[in-house]
Design a binder for this molecule. Structure first.
Ligand code: SAM
Length: 214
């Protein structure tokens, strides 16, 4: 089944560097586009995690370094972020990161059986105006789609830096079926990402949701 989604991401007009363009030329070495790609690679690892909207890749690089036996799939539409991540994968000589370039919901729809031990979403685009709330990634439909790809006992970790998005997520989580809140975090040390650092500078709180699939 394929759904047409309203974009949940902002088109960035930011500059892309020569180095990022060179790195993107190597994307096919790291690229995954569907369930079969992930399934084949995941057999070489003890567990699999997906990070959605990795931005410049600070978080995925940091936890991938600390957890070499875990496969990390990073999904992002932002090309300069993908270029940066490939650069960091090469600098750190990491073999446990793969990249999905596109709308993550199209990837998750291809997942035929639960495959991820955890899913991480750090600072999803906030879409602050009420008329744009329908573009927010986290809603009831997304929670159901995400759940279908998580193994039983698997974690969905979401951090948002906007109070009213946190309210919307709380409400979706309250109604969604098949999750409980958990104190059992999938990873111990999440670094502060670029968007979180900005929120902290601007005096905003980071709201964290750690759910477990039951
Ligand atoms: C606000 S940024 C946060 C980046 C990073 N996680 C951080 O905390 O610095 C949100 C990111 O999610 C990505 N994104 C939004 N919707 C997405 C989707 N449907 N699939 C994949 N990535 C998405 C955007 O391109 C953007 O880079």
């Amino acid at each position: 089944m394929h759904f047409n989604y309203l974009p949940s991401f902002v088109k960035r007009r930011g500059r892309i560097t020569k180095k990022q363009i060179e790195n993107i030329e190597e994307l096919n070495k790291f690229s995954v586009s569907d369930f079969n790609d992930i399934k084949n690679i995941s057999n070489d690892f003890k567990s699999s995690t997906i990070e959605i909207g990795f931005g410049d890749g600070e978080n995925i690089i940091s936890i991938a370094k600390e957890n070499p036996e875990t496969l990390f799939v990073g999904s992002e539409v932002y090309l300069s972020g993908i270029g940066s991540l490939i650069g960091k994968i090469k600098e750190n000589n990491l073999s446990n990161i793969r990249i999905h370039n596109g709308d993550v919901r199209e990837l998750l729809e291809t997942i035929k059986a639960p495959i991820f031990e955890s899913m991480l979403i750090i600072c999803p685009d906030p879409w602050q105006k009420a008329k744009h709330h329908k573009r927010r990634l986290i809603n009831l439909d997304f929670l159901a789609l995400a759940r279908s790809t998580l193994k039983k006992g698997g974690n969905l970790y979401i951090a948002t830096d906007w109070d009213d998005y946190a309210d919307g997520i709380s409400e979706a989580v309250r109604v969604a079926e098949g999750y409980i809140s958990s104190e059992d975090y999938p990873f111990n040390n999440f670094p502060v990402t670029r968007f979180q650092a900005r929120a902290i500078r601007e005096g905003r709180d980071i709201h964290k949701f750690n759910l477990k699939k039951i």
